[in-house]
Design a protein around this ligand. Structure first.
Ligand SMILES: *Cc1c(COP(=O)(O)O)cnc(C)c1O
Length: 336
């Protein structure tokens, strides 16, 4: 596996920090918890999509595109990060936003990521909840092409084999940091949604036989479907970047017990995790992904399913801008 074979646009200074969380570790009575700060990827407040966009935008440039197009939920972090990359490259940008959550909340609909999308000049089009968003994206891409543009279509979350290369790279970066520090990692934990982050991490860590387990905490789909999606993309990514022998199905592990009522719908565990990390470590998680991911990690530690003797790295995938879209929820949570 040799990532320099693929077109890539460098968007942030790597590596992102790998830091201990001593107060959280003490509060929970172990395991040793570390955090990899992929919320610090610079572009328009950062997040995990920036790593994917290094390869996606690299390919878009190589293909002579003049317009990026993608899709996501209204408070999509992916859309915000893609809008920033398009602005930086002087390309036009169109996003289809799905009303995936049924709400009239002003902050959810206008603040947080949406505010930043608009500031960066994104052309936003809305679709009702339950729309086949990939089909809608393809239709809109065809429309742009017919209008004489050269669009480059990025799937939801930037999760295809090109985007997933970003997290193959993250796995390599993490192993190098850990080796330099003499840090033996047992497990990596992170929030998993459109699957590209986990698929890339699994390929990168399996590809070098690291022995590090990856646990995705689901935010939308049930476990069977989430693991199948991640595995399928991991196989495609492994094939694309030259990892031989495929990816064992057993290397793909997701826990989807922390979704709550649905994608983007707050849970008490998320509120606890967001508040705990803010107050113990000054780390800002997000309500849709990293907050639920950390809620899962905390609960699995409390239940003893993640052992006290382990060393765990939580990948902070970003998204704190989304907190502003959930202002009303946190006002209530903090008051209650
Ligand atoms: C998109 C996103 C994720 C999930 O990553 P996938 O590659 O879509 O699985 C996790 N956290 C945040 C903050 C995100 O924006």
């Amino acid at each position: 596996m040799h990532l320099a074979r693929f077109p890539r646009l460098r968007l942030f200074p790597a590596p992102t920090p790998l830091e201990p969380l001593p107060n959280l570790t003490k509060h929970l009575g172990g395991p040793q918890i570390w955090i990899k700060r992929d919320d610090c990827t610079v572009v328009a407040t950062g997040g995990n999509k920036v790593r994917k966009l290094e390869f996606l935008a690299g390919e878009a440039l190589a293909l002579g595109a003049d317009h990026l197009i993608t899709q996501g939920a209204v408070q999509s972090n992916h859309v915000r990060q893609t809008a920033a990359v398009a602005a930086r490259l002087g390309m036009k940008f169109t996003a289809l936003l799905e009303h995936r959550i049924d709400t009239n909340d002003r902050d959810y609909l206008n603040s947080g990521n949406v505010l930043l999308d608009r500031l960066m000049g994104a052309a936003l089009e809305y679709r009702p909840g339950g729309t086949d968003m990939q089909a809608a994206l393809e239709a809109k891409t065809d429309e742009l092409r017919a209008a004489g543009q050269t669009p480059y279509m990025i799937p939801g979350g930037g999760s295809n084999r090109v985007g997933a290369l970003g997290y193959v790279g993250c796995a390599q970066e993490l192993m190098q940091q850990a080796d330099e520090m003499g840090l033996k990692i047992d497990r990596v934990v992170h929030a998993t949604g459109s699957s590209g982050t986990q698929a890339g991490l699994v390929v990168g860590l399996e590809g070098v036989n690291s022995g590090v387990r990856v646990l995705g905490i689901g935010v939308r789909a049930p476990k069977d479907r989430q693991e199948a999606n991640v595995h399928k993309l991991a196989e495609a990514t492994a094939d694309y970047c030259g990892v031989k022998g495929g990816i064992a199905r057993s290397a793909v592990e997701a826990n989807c017990d922390y979704v709550g009522a649905g994608y983007g719908i707050p849970t008490p565990g998320m509120a606890e995790a967001v508040t705990m990390l803010a107050r113990l470590e000054g780390v800002l998680l997000d309500p849709v992904y990293s907050g639920k991911g950390m809620a899962g990690l905390i609960d699995l530690i409390r239940k003893g399913e993640i052992g006290k003797q382990e060393t765990v790295v939580f990948i902070h995938t970003g998204g704190a801008v989304g907190l502003y879209g959930y202002n009303g929820f946190f006002e209530q949570a903090l008051a209650g």
